[in-house]
Write a protein that binds this ligand. Sequence first.
Ligand SMILES: [Ca+2]
Length: 180
Amino acid sequence: MKRKLNGLNRSWIASGVALAATGAGASTALAAAKICWEAEATGTMQKPLRKVMGSGNKPYSGKGYLEIPWDKNESKGKGQAVYTFNVKTAGVYTVWARTYWANGCGNSIGVVVNGGTPITLGEDGTYDKWHWVGGGARVRLKAGANKLILKNKETGVSVDQFYLTQDADYTPTGIRKTTS
Ligand SMILES: [Ca+2]
């Protein structure tokens, strides 16, 4: 356990300093492992979630985005989208999503990673524009296949991309390059 923690500290510290100074930890830190994918690239999804492709709120990344249409939260809590993604470097990652909110009653999403405690992203006051939410939520990923479930916490929300990074100090901006 102690060994694991040491590894963790090293990569966290390394994220904020020159990589050359990290010595033995550099090989881990250099990667500053990150995973980014398109929210519309889900194979498993239930209503009221839907994919918006080729139109809608621009500028989006990829082929479109995933939307839970605003219905005064009548369908709140129903449906989810499942993503399976591959991870090379096991460890603690910060979770981000590129989102678009309809209003103050539709400004958050729920995320469950590897069956862990549900995380709320959002609850902020930025509406009618794409922006990144998250940063506070950290999850542990294993090497190999991991699972993220997007939960319908509120309606009136859209998600363009997901971004998970080992660099706790990094805040994504704009459209990020996907890694899978
Ligand atoms: Ca997208």
